[in-house]
Structure formats: structure tokens, C-alpha cells
Design a protein around this ligand. Sequence first.
Ligand code: GTP
Ligand code: MG
Length: 451
Amino acid sequence: MADDTICAPATPPIYSSIAIIRISGPEALRVANSLFPDAGRLRPRHARYGTLIDDGKPIDDAIVICYPSPRSYTGEDMAEIFCHGNPIIVQNIIMLLLGRGVRIAEPGEFTRRAFLNGKMDLTEAEAVNHIIMAKSEWEIETSLRQMHGSLRDMVQHIRSLIIEFKADIEAGIDFSEEDIEFISTGTALEATARIREAIGNILGRCRTGERLSHGIDITITGKPNVGKSSVLNLLLNAERAIVSDIPGTTRDIIREPFQIGGMHVNLVDTAGIDTPGDEIERIGIDLSHRKIESSPFIIMVLDGVAGMGEADGKILEKTRNKKRVIIINKCDIASPEEIQNIQNRLPEEAIQFSALTGSGLANLTDAISRLIKEDFIEIENSFIADVRIISLLERALGITTGIGELVSGHEPPEIISFELQSLIDVLAEITGEITPDDVLDSIFNRFCIGK
Ligand SMILES: Nc1nc2c(ncn2[C@@H]2O[C@H](COP(=O)(O)OP(=O)(O)OP(=O)(O)O)[C@@H](O)[C@H]2O)c(=O)[nH]1
Ligand SMILES: [Mg+2]
């Protein structure tokens, strides 16, 4: 347990109905009790309402709750003050606490203490920050599961597989001279394969989570003037991109975050692709081509009035292997014959759409969310992982491959056991049992103050 007491506002410095200040450490309860002049001890986990007094001067009417150790977020003695959400009041209370020997917390210090006091492992601590920073429903749900131990449990399961295997291998060490096999090469290879598969499985799910949490780019493409920017604006429900009847209006790439089916995506509007009219348009079209190449998901817009042309055919060809939704736009004024005509020339069913009236919008968002879920089949089981966890899992996979080779090569059990211990250590870094201070610093520095 830490020997000093920390405090910080847990809410942002804005005018709001309520602000919360947290205190944690050995002096937390004494300081919290001293805030009320008529003392009377605070009952654990009960709200106490009263006027906070500093040197005889009232500061605010507030509620204080105390949480004696170990039943608190940090595992230490803690108190929370709920005052009026005025930054001046918050500042006054903080100054009062500082005057009583409490110091201001570093970013993430409350969660760091919770981790150090065994209230949560590192995967759960990181999930706390992901919940706060989440940009989609999916991210919140996944982070919440992770905060409840989903990733920790999987890592612990693999760890127990390794420990069991290591015990079998070590049983053979004393007898290795005598050629007695405690575990056959076949069984050892099976155990290695099982461990490898389990690590590969988590790694896949972490990679999925990592990609999804950054948001997936969905690029809107088509020839000029078909209504790409109108589709973007309709989806965003905002006049984000300039719309005009002059072909070649959009020249830059416009990228906006958005939520589809509970997932965080980035909608990307691009310049219409056709023969450029001038140098700037040519640059815009080059950018569009590059964006299509790098984007896994495409919304291809066709013009229901102008019909299909050579440029459309080329874009269709270029996006053939992408996850794609085709929409026939301007259906509010296009003739049914022309719409049918276009559909007949398409390799897949298109959505009849109007960026002007909004018709077809639900079909479009459903189709996109279906495409994403098809591509990320592990979406429901993914983990929110960052490069730290992913690179540790990659290292674990490498070590496991090496162990397989040692087993096949009938290497002595001492060497195999040594490698199995390295593998256990790498997994312990994921959950934070073995983690250097600088790694902890870099993790908790990303948290807000007061968390
Ligand atoms: N009637 C009708 N007009 C539309 C529809 N969608 C777009 N338009 C019109 O089509 C014209 C071109 O729309 P934009 O959204 O600027 O088209 P764009 O594909 O982004 O064009 P560029 O940026 O030049 O490539 C504008 O005059 C829009 O008002 C639609 O669904 N129905
Ligand atoms: Mg445009």
C-alpha cells in the first residue's frame, strides 16, 4: 500500500450540476471526517450531507461517502466528495485537502493503486481506460467484458496449460540419463500445439479488437456528380462536404468518424473518378485511387439518372475484390427503366437510394454493418488490445514454435522447461504480474487525472 494520500477531481473542470473529488490513501478517512465541523464519524459506504467548512468559512454543501480499505476502488481507504459542479468550488476543496497533507494524484494513479493492490490485473486496468475513451457501443461492451476479466481468464487458462506441461516435462529431468520417458514426444507435441492454438486464438481476437477500435475506413467512391458527398452528409446528418451540381466539386479526402451497427467507422468521401479537367482534379483523383486501394470497405455510388458509363465500369472492376455495397442514387428522379437497366449490368444487387429524400438509408447502414460483421467474425469475442499486448502475444507464439522444435528434436527436458518458463513470464507480463515500472508509467499516463 502507498504511504501517501492522493486526491483529484474525477469530473472535468466545467460548470455542471455535480462535481466529484476522490481521495485515496492512509489519511483519506481522517481528512474526510475533518471536512465537517460537527465531526461525527462517517459511516462506511453511507452518504453524509453537510456544509464543508474551511477555517470557519463555508465552502459548499456537499455529500461525502467513505470506503474503508479493502472495499474500495483502489483497495486503500477512500472518500468521495460530491459538491456543486463549479470549478471554483472544486478548486477550493482541493486546496483545503492539500492544506491537510494530501497531494494531487498523477493521471491514472487511482487505477494504478488498484492494480498494485491486486484489485485488478493489467488487462482489466487498461480496459477501464478503454471504457472512458470508447467511441462505439462495441468498444464499450468489449471493454466492459475485459474489465470483468475476459482477457485475464483466457491468459490464465493458457498459463495453466503451460504449467501442467512444464510439470510433465520436469518429471523427466531426474531420469533423463536413464532413458525413461515421462511424457512421449507425441503427447508433448500435442500439448505444444494446444498451447500454440490457444495463444494464436487470443492473438487473432486482439488484432481484430485493435483494428476495430481504431475505426474502419469506409470509402465512398464513384464518378463525379453521382452524389457521393450527398451520401456522406446524409449519413452524418450534417453538411460536412460541399455539394454542387458542378462535377469535380470534391477534391480532397474527407474523413469523418461515425457509428454503424454499434461500431466505430470512418466515412471517407473522395473526388469523383473520371478524366480530370485540371491539375488539381487530377491530384484529387490520384488520391481517390490510393484511398480505394487502402480501404477494405467501399460504398460505390452510381447515378440513377445519368446511367452507367465507362468510368463506372472501371471503378466496379477496381473494387471487385473489396467488401462493397453498391447504391443507385437519385432514385427519386430516376426512371424505373433506367434503374433496372443499371441493375442488369451489375454483378451484385444494388440498393436503390436517394441522398435527397433519405430513402434506402436503413438498407445501406444494414448492408455495411453486415459486411463488417462478416469480415470480423470474431467481433463478439474480440479484445481491446494495444501494441503492448499484441507484441507480447507474438513473442509468446514465437517461443511456442521454438518449443515445438525442441520437442521434435528430442532436446533435453531442462532446455524445454527453461523455454516454458520464458513463456509463462511473457504471459505474466500481459496480466502485469511481471511488469517494469516504465511500462506501467506509459500505461497509466494515458489515463485521465482522477481515474
Ligand atoms: N435528385 C437528386 N439529386 C441528388 C441526389 N444526390 C445528389 N444529388 C445532386 O447531385 C449533385 C451532385 O451531388 P454531390 O453530392 O456534390 O456529388 P459528388 O458525387 O460528391 O460530386 P463530386 O464531388 O463532384 O464528385 C448535387 O446537385 C446534388 O444536389 C439525389 O438523391 N437526388
Ligand atoms: Mg463530392
